[in-house]
Design a protein around this ligand. Structure first.
Ligand SMILES: Cc1cc2nc3c(=O)[nH]c(=O)nc-3n(C[C@H](O)[C@H](O)[C@H](O)COP(=O)(O)OP(=O)(O)OC[C@H]3O[C@@H](n4cnc5c(N)ncnc54)[C@H](O)[C@@H]3O)c2cc1C
Length: 501
């Protein structure tokens, strides 16, 4: 009797839990992972094309991703993206103007350089800047030739060396660092010649440093306002949903989040950083094909850590940039004076110093107090022992944050256009977007934005016209599974019976 009762109870419970799990699987046409600028741009594109049956799953409690502010020293500072990089024709500049984002074009000539004993050595750098400029002209010509004659790619280091630039002194090292590491978050040794400089070529007009107290991310907020209300009845934005598992097939994609929720879409779009994809925090079932894994690991996540310090008074130079020529290996070398008339209210007394590449790992793992001590040693070298101690320090941690694992992607040497195609190519119905997948502007906000639009259009084209993006390069190389008969038939359905959703 007891056994029968137990069996019945188990049966009821199992049926109930099956029903429950079935009930808890949300069905959507498209599931987007990530509410950074790429995910939001993708969703907005779908909405503008009449598709609203989507959900965005965001692992954190906010939208904007790497466009993020923090309260510090009585103001809000940008701990992630800060510049609109290139103005003319840059879609992000158009949005910044549309939403009246305040800031100012950075003046990279407003620089003072101090050496290890605090002397102003700016004038001594004149001749070195000229030599670097000559090498950069050579570098530009070589880049042209690589592109036109399809020559092999080389590192920026090789091109600079052959252009006659061989930095040996702390002064030479720091001006090079200002031009390269400070831009690419990585060393010239590992940065591609072929694939750098796109921004400067396409968008002239300078770089706009955002100081708007609504944040650079206000652009993302306003984009999302165009299709999402704060209490969206269709729950098209779900926060605190960390995707853990992705089951992908040729006909659908199912996402499971760490809280046990599941979402099934006819299409899926991942917009997480390349750092997230490289760190195995998401399980793909089945495993991603070899050609995809190869591409994911070819790319590098650059490291860029903006450290803010608030002082009781200002003791530093009035220039916008202060460079520290203190050693042969630049460290705490690029400083930004945020006590300029156009940045924050007078007397805010904030300095910003940027750590890059390998230094970031050490800094993120050590205590803020240890970092403060390292920084104060450099500042005392530059400005003497009588300077005041900072009242507070802010050290953002992008590298150790499992929703990012770094700052932004850097295109390494020898990566070709085909590699990019493969990185952005879908597997089954799972599409890939985000800044790293943009073939021209990877690393930048506009790269993320444009990739979101491109991937949404690719999904729309597949849904409506049956013209589906595939990884042609991998198919040609025989490294991708041949399409199955069922996937071919499914792909033809919209052509035979066009269905508009
Ligand atoms: C310090 C720093 C400085 C920068 N400076 C500039 C600059 O000055 N100018 C410029 O143009 N660009 C700059 N960038 C780069 C720029 O911020 C990015 O290229 C851009 O914001 C990327 O947008 P995205 O939507 O592709 O990715 P993200 O903004 O990373 O969005 C992806 C989203 O996915 C979410 N996510 C991750 N994993 C999961 C998961 N498992 N489940 C659910 N959600 C998940 C994340 O929380 C995130 O919100 C900077 C970046 C950093 C970090």
């Amino acid at each position: 009797m007891n056994i029968i009762l137990v069996v019945i109870l188990v049966a009821i419970t199992t049926a109930g839990s099956k029903q429950l799990s079935k009930r808890s699987t949300e069905e959507r046409k498209i599931v987007i992972v990530g509410a950074g600028i790429a995910g939001i741009a993708a969703a907005k594109t779908l909405h503008e094309n009449g598709v609203d049956d989507f959900v965005i799953l965001e692992g954190s409690d906010r939208i904007g991703g790497r466009m993020r502010q923090a309260e510090f020293g009585g103001v809000k500072v940008e701990i992630g993206a800060n510049w609109v990089q290139g103005l003319h024709d840059n879609p992000i500049w158009d949005l910044a103007q549309k939403y009246n984002i305040s800031g100012k074009i950075s003046d990279y000539d407003d620089v003072v350089i101090r050496n290890k004993t605090g002397n102003d050595v700016t004038d001594q750098a004149e001749e070195a800047w000229e030599r670097l400029g000559t090498a950069q002209e050579y570098l530009g010509e070589w880049r042209e030739r690589i592109r036109e004659e399809k020559l092999p790619d080389v590192s920026l280091r090789v091109a600079l060396k052959l252009g006659g630039w061989r930095p040996k002194t702390p002064l030479e090292k720091v001006i090079e660092y200002f031009d390269y590491e400070f831009e690419y978050a990585d060393a010239p040794e590992v940065t591609s010649l072929n694939n750098t400089g796109m921004n400067e070529e396409d968008f002239t007009g300078g770089e706009y440093f955002v100081t708007d107290q609504r944040g650079f991310g206000h652009i993302v907020d306003r984009l999302s306002d165009e299709f999402l209300s704060p209490n969206d009845a269709r729950r098209r934005l779900q926060l605190n949903k960390v995707v853990r598992t992705v089951n992908w097939t040729d006909t659908d994609v199912t996402f499971t989040t760490t809280d046990g929720s599941t979402y099934r879409g006819e299409y899926g779009l991942m917009t997480v950083s390349i750092g997230v994809l490289e760190n195995d925090v998401i399980d793909f079932i089945p495993d991603l094909p070899a050609w995809k894994v190869e591409e994911i690991y070819q790319f590098r996540m650059g490291q860029y850590c903006k450290i803010f310090l608030k002082f009781p008074n200002k003791f530093w130079d009035d220039n916008e940039y202060i460079l520290y020529a203190g050693s042969l290996r630049p460290q705490y070398a690029v400083w930004q004076n945020l006590e300029l008339p156009w940045t924050f209210p007078n007397g805010t007394n904030i300095l910003l110093v940027t750590a890059i590449a390998d230094d970031v790992q050490r800094i993120e793992l050590q205590s803020d107090e240890a970092t403060k001590q390292e920084i104060m040693t450099v500042l005392r070298n530059m400005y003497g022992n009588n300077i005041s101690e900072p009242e507070s320090i802010l050290v953002p941690r992008w590298l150790t944050n499992p929703l990012f694992f770094g700052a932004y992607s850097n295109w390494p040497i020898h990566v070709t256009a085909q590699d990019f195609e493969k990185l952005a190519a879908p597997v089954g119905r799972l599409y890939f977007g985000g800044e790293a997948t943009h073939p021209r502007y990877n690393g930048y906000v506009h790269g993320g934005y444009l990739s979101g639009i491109d991937q949404a259009n690719a999904i729309l084209s597949c849904m409506r016209k049956g013209i589906c993006k595939s990884n042609q390069t991998a198919v040609n190389q025989g490294t991708s599974a041949a399409p199955t008969l069922s996937s071919l038939l499914l792909a033809m359905i919209p052509v035979i019976f066009p269905v508009y959703v």
